[in-house]
Design a protein around this ligand. Structure first.
Ligand SMILES: NC(=O)c1ccc[n+]([C@@H]2O[C@H](COP(=O)([O-])OP(=O)(O)OC[C@H]3O[C@@H](n4cnc5c(N)ncnc54)[C@H](O)[C@@H]3O)[C@@H](O)[C@H]2O)c1
Length: 315
């Protein structure tokens, strides 16, 4: 039995689909909150619910008693904890949402994993923990004590708390530092979704730092492959970069979206935003030692997203 929190979210949904195809039994947890359109989350959930091996509880992970009942009745072997308040920019305006879900909620799931003797606790961290670091590519061995958003600070705090639980209670924990995940069913607050929607609707797109940004855009199927490898390889305490081994220039990424849509974007160049970093480039050698190798280039990945977008929104 595997508990996946954040199962109605972008990554959680794809992970559940993959695990269900491998005949795992999944208990999905999600509060289906309104950070972005809950209808998109419900559509993802509807697909998962069509599989008998998937059961769902609409619960906030901050509700310890309700979460404990689920652990008690299901005795999960594995917990994959993805539920969190995501987004760097939103953390500037909504700090307490991060304090609740990412600190309090995280501790609830970690503590229950300890009490119910889970064999592998895998959780979402973020490439944003690299904060002010300028040495590229980012390596798991680099010091990460200069986060530049509250979001990043909560994710780093998760890693430290996991270390403590691994050390004190011998709970196997693995943290995943995701690098800009994209693909079908993606998040409406992320660049690919925002740009695609704006270009289709003939609205301008805002390009921050005048486009001088490098990102390790990582396709969702590659990410899911990596998560499954980490789930299948419990370690006493580990942190993995999970990204692409190719970094893309933001302007090339936009050009690829324009080519897939068949229309030029109206470009509105803007300065750097608070909390944002100019480059996120991953050293992925550690997760590659588990057999992980990202396979999807942005031309294929963006095309898959644009096709999904047109189909889902009927445009
Ligand atoms: N997508 C990325 O590029 C990326 C990058 C770095 C880190 N991450 C991390 O990966 C994880 C999954 O990200 P995603 O892109 O799928 O985000 P998402 O927002 O699509 O999914 C998160 C899900 O968690 C749920 N949730 C939030 N707070 C909750 C709470 N208190 N109780 C129960 N459910 C709650 C939300 O309703 C949502 O469905 C998150 O922890 C995120 O911080 C994602």
């Amino acid at each position: 039995m595997i508990i996946v929190t954040g199962c109605a979210g972008f990554i959680g949904y794809h992970l559940c689909k993959n695990l269900l195809a491998q005949k795992h039994k999944i208990i999905g947890i999600d509060s289906v909150n309104e950070y972005y359109d809950p209808e998109l989350k419900k559509s993802r959930l509807a697909q998962l619910l069509s599989t008998p091996d998937f059961s769902f509880h609409k619960i906030d992970i901050c509700d310890f008693e309700s979460m404990e009942k689920i652990f008690e009745s299901s005795n999960p072997e594995i917990v994959c904890h993805l539920a969190a308040q995501a987004g760097v920019r939103y953390s500037i305006t909504h700090p307490f949402a991060y304090q609740k879900s990412n600190n309090e909620g995280f501790l609830n799931i970690l503590e229950l994993s300890r009490r119910y003797k889970v064999k592998n606790f895998v959780y979402a961290s973020s490439s944003s923990v690299y904060g002010k670091n300028s040495k590229l590519p980012f390596s798991e061995d680099d010091p990460v004590d200069q986060p530049i958003s509250l979001y990043a600070a909560t994710k780093r705090s998760n890693e430290l708390t996991a270390f403590c639980y691994s050390h004190l209670y011998k709970l196997n924990t693995s943290g995943l530092r995701f690098f800009t995940v994209y693909g079908p069913w993606g998040r409406p607050d992320m660049a690919l979704f925002i740009f695609t929607k704006a270009i289709i609707e003939n609205r301008p797109i805002e390009i921050f730092n005048n486009g001088k940004m490098m990102r390790n855009f990582t396709y969702i199927d590659d990410i899911v492959d990596g998560i499954v490898r980490v789930i299948n390889n419990p370690k006493p305490f580990e942190i993995y970069n999970i990204g692409n081994d190719r970094a893309e220039n933001l302007l090339d990424f936009i050009a690829e979206i324009e080519s897939c849509i068949g229309k030029k974007a109206i470009r509105n160049y803007q300065p750097m935003q608070m909390g944002d970093v100019p480059s996120t480039v991953a050293d992925i050698r550690k997760i590659q030692s588990l057999g992980y190798q990202p396979k999807t280039n942005i031309d294929i990945g963006i095309r898959n997203f644009v096709n999904w977008y047109r189909d889902y929104y009927r445009v």
